[in-house]
Design a protein around this ligand. Sequence first.
Ligand code: G6P
Length: 609
Amino acid sequence: MCGIVGAIADRDVVPVLIEGLKRLEYRGYDSAGIAVVDAGRVRRVRRTGRVSEMEAAAGAEGFSAQLGVGHTRWATHGGVTELNAHPHVSHGVALVHNGIIENHEQQRARLEALGYVFESQTDTEVIAHLIDLHMKDAGDLLQALQRAVAELEGAYALAVVSHAEPRRIVCARMGCPLLIGLGEGENFVASDVSAIIQATRRVIFLEEGDTAEVTRAGVRIFDQRGARAEREEHLSDVSLASLELGPYRHFMQKEIHEQPRAIGDTIEAVMDEGAFGAALFGAGAEQVLEEVESVQILACGTSYYAGSVARYWIEAIAGLPCSVEIASEYRYRAAVANPKQLVVTISQSGETLDTMEALKYAKALGQERTLSICNVPESAIPRASRLVYYTRAGAEIGVASTKAFTTQLVALFTLAATLAKLRGRLTAAQESEYLDALRHLPGSVQHALNLEPQIVAWADRFAPKHNALFLGRGVHYPIALEGALKLKEISYIHAEAYPAGELKHGPLALVDADMPVVVIAPNDSLLEKVKSNMQEVRARGGELFVFTDQDSNFGESEGVHVIRTPRHVGVLSPIVHTIPVQLLAYHTALARGTDVDKPRNLAKSVTVE
Ligand code: G6P
């Protein structure tokens, strides 16, 4: 979703802003713009569409300056128009904003009564006028910003420049991430470290309610009460290679193929320990995890499906009741709380607003045992949680999540085994069996990736279809859901997933020769049941595309196509069976010519409701 970058230097910052915005493109956006302060005036360029179009316009108009801010916007308040694109300007004050201002209507009415004229339908323009209003009495940009944000309700990350103050950027954060990048004689502001990684790795994460002043020489940070605050400096380990495509055609393809490495890195801590244990989840984890009576998982999208797999593991391995809920549902429900319940949030980005709000709600209900499974260090959700397990997938750029999902599953399996051990339910033999399974997992995933040529052949048959059905049972049912989600997200083919046993209660009515039915049918205890469900499809003329294992006892026949992973890997099978459904979605989208990495209407990080 929206992205922010800002820079102050003694060189031209326009290329820095443009490169930063290009690195933010993956988050999803529909317009882009920059504003610079040049020779005592604010110059601005905005365009709907790609950053490259805005870049061309800035080039044509000869933009060059040593101070500026830029933004990629994903429309919420007001349509995709140039007038609604950021930066918004009020009498020489220019700003970019991530988040949503909830009291913007009241503020708009008040400002209009004072004579301010609005040119956009956004909530953001209110902030520009409000800062301008306070500039009149404060006479100082930072103070004007501090007074303005005190009147705002909602969420914001803000970076502001003014023609009156050409030597600083001021910024503020509440509910949306914002960080400051420290260079040599130049400094930066960004919503995401990837936007400035080409310039510096030294970053300071602002905390909730902070405001800050960024000059070429340094940074001054103030807390919510306006008192000077010290915030720790971090060295980001985001690698430039993870932000670049290399030999691949799409980030999604690259990220699918990175999974053996990503999983290997994510299990490293477990392998180093040679055991499951509370310490893997951070300091003080033993106290948090012991005496846990149940587990509540909260997440959105693909992360929710990871949680849905984990429910099977946590109940079967740890013997704990586990529920999984979509974060946006949980946060508005009168949920029954239990202080001994472990609340697990799963989020690739660590900044999904609904997941964050669900976590806050769970805590407000008195549930302090919180654990975040997250891929982005220092992001908002792990910072709001007692415990954290970082997946080490590396930056995920493709909007459709792939390596984040499989590494989340690894983390969740580790959690299930650890909870089992703490509860005395894991024998030494089982522990070493599970550790062995994890150790071999990167290899098994690589074998599944080797199925790609066979899957490409299937994708050509899927490309002309309008609908598809995915079936799975037990722990593989969420993999069917994830397969259907991947296919609809990037190929725009309508796809639904059902537990195979539910077929006869409705979806069977949809089955005909035009409806491909994908079945996740590993060689586990439910295989015979799944085979009966497949018969139900065949009997209605449906065409089956079955992912199974080498050792399962059925083969191809008319209308039944089969692709086999080399062998059934036992308890970690859902991870291995994720790979073929990712590849099927990717190659089907490729055959249909869609924009695989930036599917229409979707965003990578959903920072609004
Ligand atoms: C968006 C992304 C999905 C992701 C979901 C949850 O919808 O497009 O890929 O699964 O958000 O994101 P999170 O960062 O919280 O895992």
